[in-house]
Design a protein around this ligand. Structure first.
Ligand SMILES: [Zn+2]
Length: 183
């Protein structure tokens, strides 16, 4: 039995809306992962029969409302797979606004995010098992990433102060500014 519903695993409860894909980080390796994962996700989206058979020869414009709904659904399923694939394979960055607001990103979330991504891909390569060591490891890592992100959001003021104190202790002015900009 395979897990096809990654949405259940990858819920949006942490409010990831301020994270954007970093297209500048897409190299040949990421592009290859993207293609493999998208292929895998699209296995679950079937081309509707109606799309092929309706108004054969394109002699007339389709007026069947149910056909339009089915094709709309097909389109939105494809888009949703693509978005999910971006989320799973393309490295992320915080938007400018959130970079400043979540200063703990570099130290806590980034590491967890990198680990979580590679462990997730390993799970996909293993055929998306629903049980077993690979599955357990993947869900643990993704949970840890979400927890880290939530922690950063909740404690952003404290983290900002900590980052400031840490850099001042080390007497490293440039590090201080980097930690605030979080680049
Ligand atoms: Zn039709």
């Amino acid at each position: 039995m395979l897990c096809n519903n990654t949405a259940a695993i990858d819920d949006d409860s942490t409010g990831t809306d301020c994270i954007a894909p970093d297209w500048s980080k897409v190299d040949a390796v990421v592009a290859n992962e993207f293609s493999i994962v998208l292929d895998d996700l699209l296995q679950n989206v079937l081309l509707p029969h109606e799309a092929m058979t309706c108004c054969s020869g394109h002699v007339a414009k389709c007026t069947d409302l149910s056909h339009r709904l089915i094709i709309d659904q097909y389109y939105s399923d494809e888009i949703s797979c693509t978005k999910q694939c971006v989320d799973l394979t393309v490295p992320m960055k915080l938007t400018k606004h959130s970079q400043f607001n979540v200063p703990g990103w570099c130290d806590i979330v980034k590491v967890n995010n990198d680990v979580s991504r590679s462990v997730f891909l390993e799970w996909v390569y293993c055929g998306r098992p629903c049980t077993g060591a690979v599955f357990e490891h993947m869900t643990r890592c993704r949970a840890r990433f979400k927890l880290a992100l939530r922690y950063c959001r909740q404690h952003e003021e404290q983290l900002k102060a900590d980052a400031c104190a840490k850099s001042l202790d080390l007497g490293d002015g440039s590090k201080f500014w980097r930690s605030l900009k979080c680049e």
